[in-house]
Design a protein around this ligand. Structure first.
Ligand code: GLP
Length: 242
């Protein structure tokens, strides 16, 4: 079941998404959060940090798994998702740092890190609530068009469009890695609850295909139509083609 909300402002989008996450964090003994990078979820993290500081929302009993990681960035690179998720969110709340995991994107880890990551998620009890963004081509995490619906955590080659979209975080396009480790579509579908946030005109086609399109590997997010608990939080531009 996919429920869609369109909110006028980023703050309203963030509050709605944060409400869903807070409900999970407050109701479970050991909640497992699925964290996404990219710019779309940032207002959600800011809202959760605010609730932590001002309303005592604690993440001390949580663990977290990021969706993906670039392959080959040196450890500590500010654009590695390991660093990004710490700088944007987890360092600012009381979650135990050792319980914030990312796929291993180091060159010598990629062969085995996918399977290890799947095991780690399963051992933690599976993801209770997964935050997602969506790429302009309909990708989720780094599952580019054509990714198998059965896919699990693995290395993927990034499309040119994705590298161009993400070049804004790097000094130049040639510094954007060509490959990434990513949770698979089957991995993401196992999350018990999904909150997808999208803003801006550039996401309108992908959102339309996700919600109303035929379920097709050409639009990886369309697979979410078969999930039992998805909340999609849009701004007016992202929902303009619905
Ligand atoms: C990136 C990430 C995705 C993200 C998407 C959109 O490549 N791997 O997880 O959802 O692209 O990013 P943004 O939210 O910055 O538009």
């Amino acid at each position: 079941k996919v429920e869609i909300f369109t909110k006028e402002t980023r703050d309203e989008q963030a509050r709605l998404a944060a409400d869903i996450i807070e409900q999970v964090v407050r109701s479970k003994t050991n909640p497992v959060l699925g964290l996404a990078t990219g710019s779309s979820p940032l207002p959600i993290y800011q809202e959760l940090i605010r609730r932590h500081r001002e309303e005592g929302l604690s993440f001390a009993h949580c663990s977290a798994f990021t969706l993906d990681e670039y392959v080959g960035l040196p450890k500590g690179h500010p654009e590695s998702y390991y660093e990004v998720i710490r700088n944007e969110f987890t360092r600012h709340v009381d979650i135990d740092d050792s319980r914030v995991s990312s796929p291993d994107g180091s060159a010598d880890g990629v062969e085995t890190s996918g399977a290890r990551y799947e095991t780690a998620i399963a051992e933690a009890g599976g993801v209770d609530v997964q935050i997602l963004g969506i790429g302009s081509n309909g990708h989720i995490a780094f599952n580019e068009p054509g990714s198998s619906f059965d896919s699990v955590t693995r290395m993927e080659e990034l499309t040119e469009q994705t590298r161009i979209d993400n070049a804004r975080f790097f000094d130049s396009l040639d510094q954007v890695p060509t490959h990434a480790m990513t949770q698979g579509l089957a991995t993401i579908m196992k999350a018990r609850k999904i909150v997808l946030i999208a803003s801006g005109e550039g996401k309108a086609d992908a959102v339309e295909a996700m919600v109303h399109g035929e379920v097709s590997q050409q639009w990886p997010a369309s697979l979410l139509q078969g999930h039992s608990d998805v909340t999609v939080v849009l701004d007016p531009a992202a929902s303009s083609k619905l």
